[in-house]
Design a protein around this ligand. Structure first.
Ligand code: PGA
Length: 250
């Protein structure tokens, strides 16, 4: 049976409080009859506002990052329990912008995944190869390492609550989408790796979503692929019209 598609918007460092509320108000009435799970990862400062605006709409609000510690002297950082307290239900972890701009490595990302699970926030763990790694035929090695390290010490029971986002770095914000076949073969490999770590049932049930220049024009072909369960959408999640087109076509 086909899973209900998961479409997650990632606003990155964009929008104001007023734009956050008006976006949700405008989007909400249109998604009531869509068989899609709609997630929105907003900036930290708008989580409370967005979660209040999203009450009873079906839109699930989340964050784009968190710290791995429970609390303490970590100036400028935000803890999972704070996100939860503000209304976040999920968190994007290990996004390539965190890995490449802020130097986050697999071990640090793993600590955040573990903390998010403890704090009862669904982690969306992002994995993906750079263009150089793909050209060097290292895609599978990179994905395997990101998954094995990123999910280290996660139990079979807890992995059920994790979403994997395959985001080839060369396709993020570039307009270059992986072809549905290229994306699906990476998703297949991810599922196989999850199966070898956790077994066949978690591998079958886990959501593996695709990210990288997803738009209304390519979502249908991507979702036709057997191993693609949804999408993580950056640029096209910033306008109601383009985000809604993706949701409607899912
Ligand atoms: P994009 O971003 O859709 O703008 O390529 C995706 C992401 O970074 O999650």
């Amino acid at each position: 049976m086909r899973k209900l598609p998961l479409i997650a918007g990632n606003w990155k460092m964009n929008k104001s409080s007023g734009e956050t509320t008006s976006f949700i108000k405008e989007l909400a009435p249109h998604i009531t009859d869509c068989d899609v799970m709609v997630y929105l990862a907003v900036p930290f400062t708008y989580i409370s506002l967005a979660s209040r605006a999203s009450e009873k709409t079906g839109i699930v609000i989340g964050a784009q990052n968190m710290n791995d510690a429970k609390k303490g002297a970590f100036t400028g950082e935000v803890a999972g329990i704070m996100l939860k307290d503000s209304g976040a239900e999920f968190v994007i972890l290990g996004h390539s912008e965190r890995r490449h701009i802020f130097g986050e490595d697999n071990d640090f990302i793993n600590k955040k995944v573990i903390r998010a699970i403890k704090d009862d926030i669904k982690p969306i763990l992002c994995v993906g190869e750079t263009e150089e790694e793909r050209d060097g035929k290292r895609t599978e090695d990179v994905l395997k390492e990101q998954l094995e390290k990123g999910l280290s010490k996660v139990s079979k029971e807890d992995v059920k609550n994790v979403v994997i986002a395959y985001e080839p770095v060369w396709a993020i914000g570039t307009g270059k989408t992986a072809t549905p076949q290229v994306a699906n073969s990476a998703h297949q490999f991810i599922r196989k790796t999850i199966s070898s770590i956790f077994g066949a049932t978690p591998a079958k049930n886990i959501y593996i979503i695709y990210g990288g220049s997803v738009k209304g024009e390519n979502i249908e072909d991507l979702l036709k692929q057997k191993d693609i369960d949804g999408a993580l959408v950056g640029g096209a999640s910033l306008e109601v019209e383009s985000f809604l087109e993706i949701i409607r076509k899912s």
